[in-house]
Design a protein around this ligand. Structure first.
Ligand code: 4NP
Length: 149
């Protein structure tokens, strides 16, 4: 199973989602993340995201931001988008129905009926990053129980 987490810049939410998911699944899973913009390409995650993950003993410091590519739609089985803008942007890039079916909103896929979107903590503070961490942590658990037989 190959899972791609997608946000806007690939420096805050999706790197956290990637890091969290990797701690929860076996080596037979491939988990990666990407952004819909290339503005931060090659950069490591935001320092606040790295610190938040490290507070939970997860190391995301070596990840590097990259934009989503056409090949990702063939490579990955599941593509989880952090918010509606990201979802719409990703959907607009698909070639066919098979690719479209791989894409979902992260929180919708995890059955979170309270929140539709993982809020962008980029303009916020450490408390916002921690809240995003908790949302992603619960979401990953729910997604795993959904996709694992
Ligand atoms: P992310 O957060 O999509 O969770 O990585 C953001 C990162 C960068 C920007 C916005 C959101 N930006 O405007 O540069």
């Amino acid at each position: 199973m190959k899972i791609l987490m997608v946000c806007l810049g690939n420096i805050c939410r999706s790197p956290l989602a990637e890091g969290i998911m990797k701690t929860k699944v076996s080596e037979s899973f491939f988990v990666d993340s990407a952004g819909t913009i290339s503005m931060h390409e090659g950069e490591h995650p935001d320092k606040r995201a790295i610190k938040t993950a490290s507070n939970h003993n997860i190391d995301i410091s070596r990840q590097k931001s990259r934009p989503i590519t056409k090949a990702d739609f063939d490579t990955f089985d599941k593509i989880y988008c952090m918010d509606i803008d990201v979802y719409e942007d990703v959907i607009s890039k698909v070639k066919n129905e098979e690719q479209r079916k791989k894409i979902s909103l992260f929180l919708e896929a995890s059955g979170d009926h309270k929140n539709a979107e993982v809020p962008d903590p980029y303009w916020g503070d450490m408390k916002d990053f921690e809240e995003v961490f908790q949302l992603l942590d619960r979401g990953c658990d729910a997604i795993i129980s959904e996709i694992l037989p």
